[in-house]
Ligand binder design. Sequence first.
Ligand code: DC
Length: 222
Amino acid sequence: MIITVDGPAAAGKGTLSLQLAKKYGLAYFDTGMVYRAVGLLMLLNDRDLGDVAKAEEEAGNLSFVKMMELSSNPEFRSSKGGQAASIVSSYPGVRAKLLDMQKNFAKNPVFADGSRANGVIYDGRDTGTVICPQADVKFFVTATPEVRAKRRYDEFVAKGMDAKYEDVLVDVKARDDRDTNRKDSPMKPADDAIILDTTDMGIEDVYNKVVLIIDEKMAKAG
Ligand code: DC
């Protein structure tokens, strides 16, 4: 089984995807990681984020193992790391170089310990349209920028990080501008995606609704 969960920054895709991965025994690929890895390499190597050729070079050299290694760097999940990822992800050449790594994951879905998974859950922006158009069930999860900023802010606070709601909101809106509102944005729901506006829903409500949809789809597919 392959499930895709796309949508804007801080929409709760990661939380939902991890819950679904656990329930259905699926390997999880957070595709934002490939762009975060390239963005972080640019920062670590003191590159100008506007240097498209360098970003393409970093993307071309990136391996899955290197990406996992970079993910333990504190900047990987930081606001700065997110903005860097957002910038490099806007370069078509970078996206092209990172395509195979993302697509190939579905060919042999395994967990981190090497054991076989029942399938894959992808989380990102274009996973239902570009990375895995053949997915069995596709979701597009969204919410207002204010609600998404509040969720991200709560996450930072829960981790003991110093954060201000107003700054997080500015950050979410800046990412929306670059990821969603730009002319050639890769982020649009697939024609067959189920769109979930979670503005007025709690995490549990979203999870329960999605599980019902998946179970119904799988029962129909036999
Ligand atoms: O989901 P995230 O915040 O970790 O993603 C980081 C950036 O990567 C995000 O600003 C947009 C980009 N991205 C993308 O362009 N396509 C994806 N499938 C996933 C992320």
